[in-house]
Write a protein that binds this ligand. Sequence first.
Ligand code: G1P
Length: 290
Amino acid sequence: MDFKEKLKSVFSNNEKGDIKKCLFPAAGYGTRFLPATKAMPKEMLPIVNKPLIQYGVEEALEAGITNMAIVTGRGKRAIEDHFDISYELESQIRGTDKESLLNDIRDVIDRCVFTYTRQIVMKGLGHAVLTGKPLIGNEPFAVILADDLCVGDGSGVLKQMVDVFMKYKKCVVAVQEVKREDVSKYGVIKGEEIENDIFKVDYMVEKPSVDEAPSNLAVIGRYILIPEIFDILETLKPGKNGEIQLTDALLELAKQGKVLGYRFKGQRFDCGSVHGFVEATNFFFDKMKS
Ligand code: G1P
């Protein structure tokens, strides 16, 4: 895509309401991965030879999205450098057998527009999404939490969700059944299954105790949101752990019948935990060998 085309894709008025932008909240500290994440963004941790955030960007691209809106913070410059040309490196390896190792990332850079803003204070996922408002504007958009690495069966998980959105034009949150004892790590939904794997959400709660959890359908880090979410986030009071919770804002929309849960086809690795990170590494290493 040439630069003019790229600019058009950011500023078009998107009358059809397609999903053209994907927000990546990427300001968090990654404390579960210290000391690795002391000076390096957790989104740059590699699964085999590719950083987590690149997997997310490629998933968004596969869903037909080319505008990547990244909410960064202090100490996250490596993310911007990754999605940029490195002249010195590229001239150094030009013509050698190493050159092809940069093919994928070059293709990503060519096809996408990246926009960035910084979250100055860490007040939770809802606050991070609201921080991204200037990059999104008034249109529906996707959200990917890069440390949830998803591998879809057939098409990618975000593509599956965009298809659900195009049919219903409501918010879509990815859900997965988890062990009852794990519900307190997630947002959890309650809803009626209106179609195979699609739930009309009528209640959701952030990190409930086992007793409070309305089901074992946990929210995974993939969302399609409508711009009304910003109005709600602007006035939302802090919730669980004193943070502005996206789950609480979504509950307001759920009460108006505007949220669907989608049990995606595929698997998810929690790469914010050492266990999930190692599992993902083994999975992608095996895939690479085969
Ligand atoms: C966030 C959300 C939570 C969701 C989870 C998925 O929590 O707040 O609702 O279930 O991501 O990974 P976090 O893991 O950032 O604490």
